[in-house]
Ligand binder design. Sequence first.
Ligand SMILES: O=C(CO)COP(=O)(O)O
Length: 243
Amino acid sequence: MRRKLAAGNWKMNGTRPALAELSKLQTPENIDVLICPPATLVAQAAETQTVAIGGQDCHAAQSGAHTGDISADMLADAGASYVITGHSERRTDHGESDSTIAAKSTAAWDSGLVAVICIGETLAERESGKTLEVIATQLAGSVPDGATGENTVIAYEPVWAIGTGLVPELVQIAEVHDFIRSELTARFGADIAGAIRLLYGGSVKPSNASEIFATSNVDGALVGGASLKADDFNGIIEALAKV
Ligand SMILES: O=C(CO)COP(=O)(O)O
């Protein structure tokens, strides 16, 4: 059985007072809870030891002349156990390609971190019927050989659902999640593919979490806005713990 995962991505939000939210989060025994705060807060967040802590990005190299970047080793040293790679905001704002994301994910593994590898289509791609094609290409290019249920989580985040309040129909979420599982099975075999957790992300909130979590092959969520306040994220955590 795949252990469910409620993951929060704070994006570029939060200074030290925001850490008070962490100790208010529920931590049901039957699920994992992860918060990925800004890099400036990772070390202090990890010290609170209430939930798992992750980075939002890492460099493909572990050290060197890369001003402003942070390595997976540094995140691990700061107490992180996960790192998000390939978020659509990184793909768009920083021009990250699938091969860059694969290299970052390998760096994450080398540092003992779980890579939360993000994929998802734009609205134009969905409207032109290319969703599954885009997902297949991003999966093949962003997920390195060597993925396992222990080192990898895949997050399906349709770009048009992020921060917009728009959520795909449940059948559309199921279609993509089933497709991801079958693509992983074809590449890694049923045992490994069956152990990799698949998160849905994009406008998840307490009011829609239960129905999303009841959807085929959804093992949890990657939550942006609704992870910033413990009251909201607790609603999502509770919904996931009940599945
Ligand atoms: O991008 C997301 C999480 O990584 C989703 O953001 P929202 O939950 O704010 O739509």
